[in-house]
Design a protein around this ligand. Structure first.
Ligand code: P1T
Length: 390
């Protein structure tokens, strides 16, 4: 069967895994190559002025990037997708829609860099913001101002794994005439598709699960709104924070195994959680898969799995947390998340240090795990010996 007879981007026709492998990636019409080439050209020949074969200059558009953008947009159920050089560059592109005097509602638990770009880059340019607890969607209406333009949320959040009801928050934002932006980095489109729940824009740090192998930094914005997409493409081209063709190739390659990896991340996280809930050194385990988690029911409704991120608090406080993160051997002490190898970190001193003293500050007895795809028993044994030794 030839490529052309099936639309591999169509969620109505083909499943998630098929789209991950085939969407935007037709076999080469000249050689039959089944892998999208890394198209390094920065410029493309024009037959006459302005007559192109779809590409003119690689900042504006590139064949490898286009394949990747088509594929990930399809996985998010979005009509449009734009790739950026990092998650922060993707966030920047969305936030550039705001003008001085505009106001944002930011979930009160988010990646430290998101807090930093809003409070230290956009706020000095006149953008105002309020941190709100989005687990109560009524907060949207309560804190809405005449110049509020959007609600920015993560779910599950980084690093507290709080679950926010996307449908309820999007409806509340729309009720006020604003937009709902969801950072879907932790869940990935395999576990959660925010646009189908009413969100207007999805952003990603593709450095994480999409790339999946800790070897490419990237970001992504997906939307089905043609006007928003046009504006975002204008910013992408004007500002130029685009990923290289090689980065796009790596991210596209990552997408092909996203479903398989996410299944294993979820399984391994569940095994690790089982150890943590019964260990005397641990005071609280934060994982949406636990029935005791306040967002468990919402997670069951809007996610198809609970993900590979696990956070927990230690009875021994900050000192115990700082000690523990040096005692694991298989879990590597490092920032970032979402790749095949397991990582451990101390958010208050590492990824979320920029939120210290703000409403987004995180507890200092908190440890965050990115549970990888190694053998579950090895992960449990490693964490167990480290917890026993503190
Ligand atoms: O690192 P970058 O690709 O620029 O993505 C930023 C970003 C955006 N959104 C979320 C939810 C994130 O977790 C991140 C990056 N986070 C880490 C590096 C971290 O260790 O939490």
């Amino acid at each position: 069967m030839s490529d052309e007879s099936i639309d591999f981007t169509d969620p109505e026709r083909v499943g998630f895994e098929t789209r991950a492998v085939r969407a935007g990636q037709p076999h080469s019409p000249t050689t039959g190559a089944v892998v999208t080439p890394i198209s390094l050209a920065t410029t493309f020949a024009q037959a006459e002025v302005g007559v192109t074969r779809g590409y003119e200059y690689s900042r504006t558009g590139n064949p490898t990037r286009a394949a990747y953008e088509t594929c990930l947009a399809s996985l998010e159920g979005a009509r449009h997708g734009l790739a950026f050089a990092s998650g922060m560059a993707a966030e920047d592109a969305v936030l550039r829609a705001l003008l001085p005097g505009d106001h944002i509602l930011l979930g009160n638990d988010a990646y430290g860099g998101t807090f930093r770009i809003i409070s230290k880059v956009f706020a000095p340019m006149g953008v105002e913001w309020t941190a709100v607890d989005l687990t109560d969607p009524d907060q949207v209406k309560e804190h809405w101002r005449p110049r509020t333009r959007l609600v920015w949320m993560e779910t599950p959040t980084n690093p507290l794994l709080t679950v926010v009801d996307i449908e309820a928050v999007a409806a509340a934002a729309h009720g006020q005439g604003g937009l709902c932006v969801v950072d879907n980095t932790f869940a990935t489109p395999y576990l959660q598709q925010p646009l189908s729940l009413g969100a207007d824009i999805v952003v990603h740090s593709t450095t994480k699960y999409v790339g999946g192998h800790s070897d490419v930094v990237g970001g992504f914005v997906a939307t089905s709104d043609a006007d928003l997409a046009e504006r975002l493409a204008f910013v992408q081209n004007s500002v130029g924070a685009v990923p290289s063709p090689f980065d796009c190739y790596l991210s596209l390659r990552g997408l092909k195994t996203l479903a398989l990896r996410m299944d294993r991340h979820c399984e391994n996280a569940a095994a690790v959680v089982e150890l943590l809930v019964s260990h005397p050194a641990v005071s609280e385990v934060l994982y949406p898969g636990l029935e005791s988690h306040p967002g468990h029911d919402v997670a069951l409704r809007q996610m198809s799995g609970f993900g590979g991120m696990v956070s927990f608090r230690l009875r021994g406080g900050r000192a115990a947390a700082l000690d523990l993160v040096t005692r694991t051997e298989l879990f590597t002490l490092a920032e970032s998340l979402g790749a095949v190898e397991s990582l451990i970190e101390h958010p208050a001193a590492m990824t979320h240090a920029s939120a210290a003293g703000s409403p987004l500050e995180v507890p200092d007895d908190l440890v965050r795990l990115s549970v990888g795809v190694e053998t579950a028993a090895d992960l449990v044994a490693d964490l167990g010996q480290a917890l026993d030794s503190i």
